[in-house]
Design a protein around this ligand. Structure first.
Ligand code: FUB
Length: 327
């Protein structure tokens, strides 16, 4: 009898978790699943992937695309975090950060990136500013890659009024990508239409240089900076609908040499947003497409993973997007 009740309780609990997950509600508990090709997450819409490799695990941070069909506009209020030791079995953890956790922000959890420094985890995010018109970049901090994260400054790090000499649009200060160089210097890259970069102070929450423009052909948004061997790579979304293109340099301050298309337009999505990582000796290209049947698209996107390969001269081979994914 007791066993029967506990079986029933177990089934009801599973049913509840499945219901919550299928409704795409904020994750309150850990939820483990096995990816079956691309997209890797099929029970909710996830966009703008950023990946942190830490302690033999990957942590995937993504915006939660919440726009209900048939509407066609961005609706992202929060970011999600998933972890994995093999890129196949994933655990989604409770929602670690929402746009409105920044008291000065109006909302809109656009693209972001997390990086570890000195045992702390810094999360650079795009949000709509509450009082300075336009998009802005904030930074949250935590003692664990899973959070809880809290606003590290109490104000935005970058606001639209800081970049008006380069472009008059109000959404150019988006899509932060952060990189710690071998000498310990931290760099922040970001932008839409115009790519920018600046050095960060050791405290990770203040600029340590003027904001500098980076000249890249047909730059739209989504810069991602990584290094392999002696080369720095600056990949970015180009034109619209977006392809991912890239440039290379032996110096993070440039000059950057344009190398062409890395990833073609991703199925059924007019944006394409990449993270590039090395994990356990292999390289991966993480991006989003709009391929979930039948409601997926540019405002209901889904994170995918495929392999990334280099040529002997250091250039990157064009990514082959697959339905099968990496296993
Ligand atoms: O998800 C909102 C915006 O769409 C991101 O900030 C851009 O990179 C594009 O993917």
């Amino acid at each position: 009898m007791v066993k029967g009740i506990s079986n029933l309780y177990g089934k009801l609990r599973l049913l509840f978790v499945a219901l919550v997950v299928s409704m795409g509600l904020p994750a309150q508990n850990d939820t483990t699943f096995v990816a079956n090709g691309n997209p890797i997450i099929t029970y909710k819409y996830t966009a703008d992937p950023a990946v942190l490799v830490y302690d033999d695990k990957v942590y995937l941070y993504a915006g939660h695309d919440e726009c209900p069909p048939p509407h066609q506009h961005y609706l992202l209020n929060e970011w999600c975090v998933f972890s994995s030791s093999d890129l196949k079995t994933w655990t989604e953890h409770p929602v670690p950060l929402k746009a409105k956790d920044f008291a000065w922000a109006k909302g809109e959890a656009w693209a972001s990136q997390v990086i570890e420094k000195g045992g702390k985890f810094y999360w650079y995010v795009t949000v709509e500013h509450g009082t300075i018109p336009g998009k802005s970049i904030g930074v949250a901090v935590a003692d664990s890659p899973l959070g809880p994260f809290k606003d590290a400054r109490g104000s935005a790090l970058i606001t639209n009024d800081m970049t008006t000499e380069y472009t008059r649009i109000s959404w150019d200060d988006i899509d932060p990508s952060v990189y710690i160089d071998e000498d310990g210097q931290v760099y922040l890259f970001w932008g839409n239409t115009q790519c920018y970069y600046a050095r960060l102070k050791e405290n990770m929450i203040e600029l340590d240089s003027p904001i500098m423009p980076v000249q890249l052909p047909r730059f739209t948004e989504a810069p991602w900076i990584h290094k392999q061997g002696e080369w720095y790579y600056l990949s970015y979304a180009s034109e619209f609908p977006e392809k991912i293109c890239y440039a290379m340099s032996k110096n993070i301050n440039g000059p950057w040499e344009y190398k062409g298309i890395l990833n073609e337009i991703a199925g059924n999505s007019n944006t394409n947003h990449q993270a590039i990582i090395e994990f356990k000796g292999d390289w991966y290209f993480i991006y989003h497409n709009g391929s979930i049947n039948t409601e997926g698209g540019s405002f209901r996107r889904s994170v995918c993973i495929d392999r990334l390969y280099y040529n002997p001269d250091g250039t990157m081979k064009r990514v082959i997007m697959t339905s099968e994914g990496i296993h």
